[in-house]
Design a binder for this molecule. Structure first.
Ligand SMILES: N[C@@H](CCC(=O)N[C@@H](CS)C(=O)NCC(=O)O)C(=O)O
Length: 205
């Protein structure tokens, strides 16, 4: 059985979308990160970072949203939502799945914190080159791999959706049309509804 340690106001919200795309059964374990429950011993035992999401698949524990995405797609949708290792699409699939947490996320934090750094010494380079790269990755494509939706869209596209929602990205036609294509997917809508329902049940926002 798959268990997702979850809070609707966390990256775990996006993992629900991944699970809905797969259509596998799963259960949710609510971790009240607003009250510090992510630092409880049973959570820290699984993720010493004391953070969610954490995914348990029987005895397998996976943390890090992008790793969870790649694990789930390889395990439950190889050749469908994850290109097989000998598929030429596998390279771009991994490239853009890693780009989100290793380039976009730290780059956005660096930008908003006003930190000083040498672009040649940080993985995200300059903010401008990062934004131009995100845009070039989706320009002229329906999804990050072209016409074919993949789990990389949950990672990369999930980050784009988040950034647009919190106005961290200019709402250009390229970004908004990509985010809208993702948002209308039935799995994304089920996930959004589930996250909203859980937030309501816990008296959040
Ligand atoms: N790199 C991790 C980041 C996980 C993370 O930062 N989780 C946040 C919520 S989105 C959290 O648990 N924050 C509570 C805390 O750090 O105490 C991932 O991609 O999953």
């Amino acid at each position: 059985m798959i268990t997702l340690y979850h809070h609707p106001y966390s990256r775990a919200a996006n993992v629900i979308w991944m699970l809905e795309e797969l259509g596998v059964p799963y259960e949710l374990s609510f971790v009240d990160i607003l009250k510090g429950a992510q630092k409880a011993p049973e959570i820290v035992a699984q993720n010493p970072m004391g953070k969610v999401p954490i995914l348990r698949d029987d005895d397998v524990v996976v943390t890090e949203s992008a790793a969870i995405a790649l694990y789930l797609a390889d395990r439950y949708a190889l050749g469908k939502l994850a290109p097989a290792p000998d598929d030429p699409a596998r390279g771009p699939y991994l490239r853009w799945s890693f780009f989100a947490p290793s380039v976009i996320e730290p780059g956005m934090v660096a930008k908003s914190s006003g930190a000083q750094f040498k672009p040649s010494q940080v993985g995200w380079g300059t903010y401008e080159s990062m934004i131009a790269t995100i845009e070039s990755a989706i320009t002229g494509r329906s999804y990050i791999l072209g016409d074919r939706f993949s789990m990389a869209d949950c990672v990369f596209g999930g980050t784009v959706r988040y950034m647009l929602r919190f106005k961290m990205l200019d709402a250009t036609p390229t970004f908004t049309s990509y985010a809208e294509r993702l948002a209308v997917r039935p799995a994304a809508q089920r996930a959004d509804a589930k996250n909203a329902q859980i937030a309501k049940e816990h008296g959040l926002g």
